[in-house]
Design a binder for this molecule. Structure first.
Ligand code: 5AD
Ligand code: SF4
Length: 479
């Protein structure tokens, strides 16, 4: 049994009792020469699970490892540092991670110098750390979402002593600016505007794993976006668990509407944002979206449930009437707006009638796309303590019924697009056929079309010829 060096261990209870300490912005980051000599020319592997916040963390970790001279690989057997960047939002995300950790047992036996790190939201939970320590004793370093910037320091510490390291910082009030970063794409970028979440929806683990809500300063966000515009990026997505509360903690008059407008003015061809919280969404934001053609007319507006009773149990701070009124105000000002959403089926004790309310409300909105989930109890959250009288089989049945009903609306919206021409950002060859390119429209619909690979990363006009449920087929219109 190796020694375990517990630098900091997580506590869900502490994460709930938010500390009132003020925010600290840290603008320096040093590169370690000792590590450079150790790792220069070696390879690293990173697998990210979960949301865009994790993807952005992956880019920072890739930046830190590149700054010590390492190169990325997708081949696990040639890697010196492997990182699994985990997600805790649902149980099935965690199960996939365990499967992949297991694969590393044989690789670690073959390559004794391989350093295996597990980070991200799962590691913010002490019961998971205990489980990993007892089940996968070959894991070398575990660190939390607030310790990303320390990756190089942790590697150095590990090499010195070869003890298992656990570092999950519970002080969550810091914002690190100007960390190295190696973006996954040269034409579309995610930019954090805030970290953490203060909403504490009763089913959700994120406020515990990502900490209290902290906004980046507007000037720092604008600087990052300007750099992306100068590098000829085509699309920026502003990221926050709740973008609408951006600036609430800054006390300098910054709001999401102002930020969105300032970023739009920088001239990025496409601007998006994620995620909106219905009752925090301000009408000024509608006006900004309408005013700037480069702000995509696509809104991801999670409803979670269409039943007022369930919304209350979920701790969501709006009812279906308020949600629909917001959708109506948006449609009145921006008729072409496409809506997408998140829906959870099978919240504890949800009745069939309450479930049907979700279908009803979804039909009224007419979503273009939606992310649907079966409720997954998350240890430490209030909903996980509820007794539940709905069987898993019933939840699966409702889930299928919901998807079927949503697909009617997806199909309708996709059919309306046939014969019309849309701008598409070309992402790359299609997954199934490398002779075909795949891009996506303003409303996030995937379009497949023939075209030269030189179009990748560009915005092209595509006429839609056929509609399928989850993709469209089109042809490039050259002008
Ligand atoms: N079970 C199922 N879905 C969840 N989500 C968050 N927590 C849970 C959970 N415990 C969903 C919500 C959220 C999306 C990112 O994940 O719909 O909006
Ligand atoms: Fe989770 Fe609710 Fe915060 Fe979204 S708003 S991250 S669902 S707690």
């Amino acid at each position: 049994m190796r020694k375990v060096n517990k630098i900091n261990i997580p506590s869900l209870e502490k994460a709930r009792l938010r500390n009132k300490e003020s925010l600290t912005y840290i603008y320096s980051h040093s590169i370690d020469d000792e590590l450079k000599s150790k790792f220069e020319g070696k390879k690293f592997f990173i697998r990210t699970y979960g949301c865009q916040a994790n993807v952005r963390d992956e880019e920072v970790m890739a930046g830190i490892l590149s700054s010590i001279g390492m190169e990325r690989t997708e081949n696990k057997s040639e890697t010196s540092v492997a990182i699994l960047n985990t997600c805790a939002v649902r149980e099935n995300a965690e199960d996939k991670v365990y499967g992949e950790i297991g694969e590393f047992k044989a690789l670690k036996n073959k390559n004794k110098d391989l350093v295996l790190c597990i980070c991200g939201c799962m590691i913010e939970q002490s019961h998971i750390i205990d489980f990993i320590l007892s089940t996968y004793p070959f894991v070398d370093i575990m660190f939390g979402t607030h310790n990303i910037q320390d990756l190089a320091i942790l590697l150095k510490e590990y090499i010195k002593k070869e003890e298992i390291i656990i570092d999950v910082e519970s002080k969550v009030g810091d914002i690190y600016e100007e960390l190295p970063s190696k973006r996954n794409s040269s034409f579309k970028a995610f930019v954090n505007i805030s970290y953490g979440c203060n909403k504490f929806c009763t089913y959700c683990i994120v406020p515990y794993t990502r900490g209290k809500e902290r906004s980046r300063k507007m000037e720092d966000i604008l600087k990052e976006c300007k750099e992306l515009v100068d590098l000829n990026y085509q699309e920026i997505t502003l990221l926050g668990q709740n973008v609408d509360s951006y600036g609430n903690d800054l006390n300098d008059g910054s709001t999401f509407a102002k930020l969105l407008e300032e970023v739009a003015k920088l001239g990025i061809p496409r601007l998006r944002f994620l995620t909106s919280y219905p009752s925090d969404f301000k009408d000024e934001v509608i006006d900004v979206i309408r005013k700037y053609p480069n702000i995509m007319k696509y809104l991801h507006l999670p409803i979670q449930s269409g039943s007022d009773e369930v919304l209350k149990m979920m701790g969501r701070r709006y009812d279906s009437k308020q949600y629909l009124a917001l959708v109506d105000r948006i449609k009145a000002k921006i008729p072409e707006m496409a809506f997408s959403t998140d829906i959870i089926v099978g919240f504890p004790n949800e009745t069939y009638e309450q479930f049907l309310d979700t279908i009803k409300v979804s039909e009224i909105v007419g979503y273009t796309s939606a992310f649907t989930f079966i409720y997954s109890p998350r240890k430490g959250t209030p909903a996980a303590r509820l007794k539940d009288n709905v069987t898993y089989e019933e939840k699966v049945k409702r889930f299928k019924e919901l998807v079927k009903s949503l697909e009617v609306s997806f199909d309708e919206k996709a059919k309306e697009m046939v014969g019309k021409t849309y701008e598409c950002l070309v992402e790359g060859p299609s997954k199934k056929n490398s002779d075909i390119l795949a891009g996506y429209t303003e409303n996030m619909k995937t379009v497949l079309f023939k075209g030269d690979t030189c179009l990748i990363g560009k915005i092209v006009k595509v006429k839609i010829l056929e509609s399928h449920l989850y993709s469209l087929v089109g042809e490039v219109i050259y002008e």
